[in-house]
Design a protein around this ligand. Structure first.
Ligand SMILES: [Fe+2]
Ligand SMILES: [Fe+2]
Length: 172
């Protein structure tokens, strides 16, 4: 998997330029996820990156869109069927489930799902919401310093090349 995946996904996303839910947000989620994947034992870093890239790609609006996670999961399944994503059934299921339920207020004991949801929630600052430790799944995400640092994440400049490189270095 390399960063060529990003433009392909962007081209097939509904609102990539959205300030709150578009590409800048996906990159900031990848950045947060990269930090967590380094610290969470048993976390599948590649799935965290894929979650960041895909989870908000199929939004129809900027407010209430309760099925956007499900549509992102279907998109992930489509990409696997097309041979774009090389994931076995088990990993695809983890990714699809993390996408489907990401906005439903759950926490997870699964290190990968937990890191995905935490990476998204640490970025709630961008919409004026302070991330709450009780809604974060992984111990590193619940650290007060990280929650505070995450306030800056949405405003940082990222390239997909750098983010993919960061994850590649973590991959087993
Ligand atoms: Fe979302
Ligand atoms: Fe999101």
């Amino acid at each position: 998997m390399d960063s060529a995946l990003a433009p392909l996904v962007v081209a097939r996303s509904t609102r990539p330029g959205s300030p709150d839910h578009g590409q800048q947000h996906w990159k900031a989620v990848a950045w947060a996820g990269l930090g967590l994947a380094r610290q969470v034992d048993g976390c599948d870093a590649e799935l965290v990156l894929l979650f960041a890239l895909l989870h908000d790609t199929q939004r129809f609006n900027e407010s209430r869109d309760p099925e956007h996670g499900l549509r992102a999961a279907l998109f992930a399944q489509e990409l696997r069927a097309e041979g774009v994503l090389a994931l076995d059934d088990e990993r695809l299921d983890v990714l699809a489930d993390a996408c489907t339920r990401h906005d439903q207020g759950f926490v997870s004991d699964d290190p990968t799902t937990g890191a995905c949801w935490d990476a998204d929630r640490l970025n709630l600052w961008r919409v004026g919401i302070t991330p709450e430790a009780r809604l974060l799944s992984t111990p590193p995400a619940r650290q007060r310093e990280l929650i505070a640092d995450a306030r800056s994440f949405h405003g940082l400049a990222y390239t997909w090349d750098d983010l993919f490189d960061g994850f590649a270095q973590l991959a087993p």
